[in-house]
Design a protein around this ligand. Structure first.
Ligand code: URA
Length: 434
């Protein structure tokens, strides 16, 4: 087999066989196929597309290009959740303990990554002493004992995707739905869970800006997951404004604690209940999403999810007292209100701009080496559809540096658009793909 012939085949609308895809991915991982030929193949795929079988074969090959986590010594069906990423997205912090409190094991491998705020692990490091450097044995033991453990991405998961994603990033071939779906799903499949629930975000703060694109991506990912023998569901959710009210790290942890204590923002709770109900259906804990939802609501009402969160923080070395006394978490030195320049209904919040404002404060990583300031961020008081008076507070800004505060404040205000007409609240759950 020759890569040259396969590039011609795809360029001329051909369909690649499983064997050919295996040859391409294995060859590229082993550096037998050079970047320039792989770039040409990616561009051919970008224009000609992949059919369902090709997409599945590509995903499986990438998933098997490194380690597949062996979770077989964990009792019961394991659930995992993946979000395509958004601003203020702290669902894992709430959902993990809710699901674990109902006895479903969650063995999660999480990355830090770049972005507007830190990843789940960065946020959890708001708890003094919390760490993710567990041995494999500790990881498995913790999940068997308390049903929830999170470790950093140490294993060699889907290295073919890592290499290919970096190549796509510099060859203008990222935004092809089949390539995105196989990239995300290869990592999820390698992470070993039996049930995968995908939170596909759509809107100004999401990777998928339009609902149509998000629907197509969700459908492709569900087909891949099911094709690989996993119970897979996708929830398409709104990211035309931040999720909940907190954007940052420690401020998001505090909001997650409030949600587990039954005092969280409605949208955050609703999303967790929806995602969670499908995790329970997938792991056969609930026969319908409605029954699953009731179980999850109970876990909040009877505080078992909140106590599970404390148990998990303690098991990974963190100061679990802060779950009950959140004032122990990092706090910024400057906390100010951001006042509205206009009166009106909030028509739109350009959500990635709010994310950039958080990044400017130091809440996210611009490069892999950047150090995150866990204490900074925003607490939003006005969301889409709310009426605001001129001079009324739109949000609280939490900062540690006056120059960064001024830049971030300006960026935050510019993210808001106002209307004289009443605006309806956007629907949070756009579609569910099963
Ligand atoms: N996220 C991924 O992991 N892969 C893509 O291709 C795009 C977004």
């Amino acid at each position: 087999m020759r890569m040259y012939d396969l590039i011609i085949k795809k360029r001329n609308h051909g369909t690649l066989s499983d064997e050919e895809i295996k040859f391409i991915i294995q060859g590229y991982t082993k550096e037998e196929i050079p970047d320039y030929q792989m770039s040409a193949m990616m561009m051919a795929i970008y224009f000609q597309g992949l059919n369902e079988q090709e997409t599945l074969a590509l995903t499986m090959e990438m998933a098997h290009s490194g380690d597949i986590l062996d979770l077989s010594s964990i009792e019961g069906l394991k659930a995992d959740k993946h979000s395509t990423g958004g601003v203020g997205d702290k669902t894992s912090l709430v959902l993990g303990p809710m699901i674990a409190s109902l006895g479903i094991p969650i063995a999660k491998m999480s990355g830090r990554g770049l972005g507007h705020t830190g990843g789940t692990i960065d946020k959890l490091e708001s708890f003094e002493g919390f760490h993710t450097s567990l041995t494999t044995k500790q990881f498995i033991d913790n999940v068997n004992k308390i049903k929830l453990a999170i470790v950093g991405q140490t294993a060699n998961l889907a290295p073919a995707d890592k290499k290919l994603y970096a190549l796509r990033d510099v060859t203008a071939t990222v935004d092809n739905i089949s390539l995105i779906a196989s990239s995300i799903m290869s990592k999820k499949l390698a992470a070993g869970a039996d049930t995968i629930v995908l939170d596909v975000k759509t809107g100004s703060g999401a990777f998928m800006k339009t609902q149509e694109e998000a629907f197509v991506l969700a459908e492709e990912m569900v087909k891949i997951g099911q094709g690989a023998g996993k119970n897979t569901f996708a929830i398409i959710s709104d990211m035309n404004q931040p999720l909940g009210n907190a954007v940052g790290n420690a401020v998001e942890v505090k909001e997650a604690i409030a949600a587990l204590d039954g005092r969280g923002p409605q949208d955050l709770l609703e999303l967790c209940l929806t995602l969670g109900s499908y995790m329970l259906v997938g792991t056969q804990k609930a026969s319908t999403p409605e029954i699953g939802r009731k179980m999850l609501e109970n876990s909040i009402e009877n505080k078992s999810a909140l106590h599970k969160f404390a148990e998990f923080i303690k098991a990974q070395g963190g100061n679990e007292k802060a779950v009950f006394e959140p004032e122990l978490l990092p706090k910024a030195t400057i906390i100010e209100d951001i006042y509205s320049p206009k009166a009106g209904y909030v028509r739109e919040i350009t959500t990635d701009e709010v994310g950039v404002a958080s990044l400017i404060l130091g809440g996210g990583r611009e490069t892999k080496e950047s150090k995150i300031d866990l204490s900074v961020g925003f607490k939003i008081k006005k969301k889409v559809g709310d009426f605001v008076q001129k001079g009324e507070s739109l949000a609280e800004i939490h900062a540690n540096d006056l120059r960064k505060l001024a830049d971030a404040k300006e960026r935050f205000i510019n993210a808001y658009n106002f209307s004289e007409e009443q605006i309806s609240t956007p629907t949070l759950i756009k579609k569910i793909v099963t």
